[in-house]
Design a protein around this ligand. Structure first.
Ligand code: SF4
Length: 348
C-alpha cells in the first residue's frame, strides 16, 4: 500500500469543509496581495477574509491631517511626507488642498530623505509626518538622531506612530483568526501573539508571497478545525521569537508609549508613541505649540467600520460612486494598502 499523498496548501484551502470562519487580514498589504494573487477566489464560501486596521495611512485620524495642514498654512513649515498621505481628506482640506493654497509639501521616500532636505534647506522649517507601526517607527527615530548629530534645528517630527498590541486587544472577538503582519512581527517578535492564545485569540504570522500566504491560510484552516486557540509563525525565514532587538532598543531610547487615536477605533490606551522629554526639540507639537485640533470625518465614510471588519468596503453607500481612488472621501480609498482601494482595484 502506498503512502497517502499529502495535500498542498492550495488543495487544503480549496477542499476545506469545516465550520465557517472569519480571518482578519490585519495588514493592508495582505488584503491587496490576496486579491492580486487570486487567493480570494480559492476560498470556499464559509471562509471569509475581513480587513483590519493595519494600514498606517488608514488608521491615522482626520485630526492628524488637520494638524499637518495647520503647520503648513498657519506656521509656514515645509511638510515632508510619504505621497499617499497628501490626498487623505482632512476636515476642511487635504494636504493637496493646502498645497494649492501655497503650502510647501514635499514628497519623500523615507524620514532620512526628510532630514537631508532639512540639512539642504536651512532657511526652511521642516516637519516629517511620522505615521505607521513598529516597522516604520525606527526609521523616524534614526532621522532624529541624525538631525542631532548634524546639529540642525530646523527638523522635527509630527508623530502619530502606533503599536499593534493595543489594537489586538481592541479587536478581540472581531475575527476567528488573525493573519498577523509579518513585517511588524519581524520587529516585535512573536511573544505577544503567543501570549494572546491564553486569552483565546488565534492567529498565524504570514509573509507576503503567494506561497507564504497560501501556507498561512491553509495552516489557519487546519488548526481552526482542532477547536482550540492557536498561534503559528508561518514566516520563520524573517520572523523570530525575539524580533529585532536593535530596532526595539532604538525606539525605546527616543520614544515612550502614549494613548493614541485610531480612525474608527477611537482612543486606545498605550497604543501610540511620542518623543520623550529629552527629544522634545524634535517634537513638532511642542516646537510649534500646536493648539488642540479635533478632526471631523466625513459622515458618509465608513472607514471606521471597514477597519474593524464590521463591513466590507462595498457596503459603504458611496463606494465606487462618490468615493473612488481619483476622488477619495476616506483614507481607505487613498492608500495603496487601504481595503477600499483593494476592493475598487480588484473587486469590481
Ligand atoms: S468607500 Fe470611501 S467613503 Fe466609503 S468607507 Fe471606503 S474610503 Fe470611506
Amino acid at each position: 500500500m502506498g503512502e497517502e499523498k499529502k495535500k498542498t496548501a492550495k488543495e487544503i484551502i480549496e477542499t476545506y469543509d469545516g465550520p465557517p470562519l472569519r480571518i482578519m487580514e490585519v495588514c493592508g498589504t495582505h488584503t491587496h496581495e490576496n486579491f492580486r494573487l487570486g487567493i480570494r477566489k480559492l476560498l470556499p464560501e464559509q471562509v471569509e477574509l475581513i480587513s483590519g486596521p493595519g494600514c498606517p495611512v488608514c488608521v491615522t485620524p482626520v485630526g492628524f491631517i488637520d494638524e499637518a495642514v495647520y503647520l503648513a498654512l498657519e506656521r509656514g513649515v515645509t511638510i515632508c511626507t510619504f505621497g499617499d498621505l497628501i490626498r487623505v481628506p482632512g476636515t476642511e482640506m487635504s494636504l493637496a488642498g493646502a498645497r494649492a493654497k501655497g503650502a510647501k509639501i514635499h514628497i519623500v521616500y523615507s524620514p532620512a530623505d526628510a532630514e537631508k532636505y532639512a540639512v539642504e534647506h536651512p532657511e526652511e522649517q521642516v516637519v516629517f509626518l511620522s505615521v505607521g507601526f513598529e516597522t516604520t517607527t525606527p526609521a523616524g527615530c534614526l532621522s532624529v538622531k541624525q538631525a542631532k548629530k548634524d546639529g540642525i534645528q530646523n527638523y522635527s517630527l509630527l508623530v502619530a506612530n502606533k503599536t499593534m498590541p493595543g489594537a489586538y486587544a481592541a479587536l478581540k472577538g472581531s475575527a476567528d483568526v488573525f493573519l498577523y503582519p509579518g513585517h511588524v512581527n519581524a520587529i516585535t517578535g512573536t511573544e505577544l501573539c503567543e501570549s494572546l492564545v491564553q486569552e483565546g485569540v488565534s492567529g498565524v504570522v504570514a509573509g507576503f508571497t503567494a506561497k507564504e500566504l497560501l501556507t498561512a491560510l491553509a495552516v489557519s484552516l487546519v488548526k481552526y478545525q482542532e477547536g482550540k486557540p492557536f498561534f503559528v509563525n508561518c514566516y520563520p525565514r524573517v520572523v523570530t521569537r525575539e524580533g529585532s532587538r536593535e530596532a526595539q532598543a532604538l525606539v525605546a531610547e527616543l520614544m515612550e508609549s502614549c494613548d493614541s487615536e485610531w480612525r474608527g477605533l477611537g482612543v486606545i490606551p498605550d497604543s501610540g508613541l511620542q518623543l520623550k522629554e529629552e527629544w522634545q526639540d524634535y517634537d513638532a507639537r511642542k516646537k510649534y505649540q500646536m493648539p488642540k485640533i479635533e478632526g471631523k470625518p466625513n459622515p458618509a465614510c465608513r472607514c471606521g467600520d471597514v477597519l474593524q471588519g464590521k463591513c466590507k468596503p462595498s457596503d459603504c453607500k458611496v463606494f465606487a460612486k462618490g468615493c473612488t481612488p481619483q476622488h477619495p472621501i476616506g483614507a481607505c480609498m487613498v492608500s495603496n494598502e487601504g481595503a477600499c482601494s483593494a476592493f475598487y482595484m480588484y473587486g469590481i
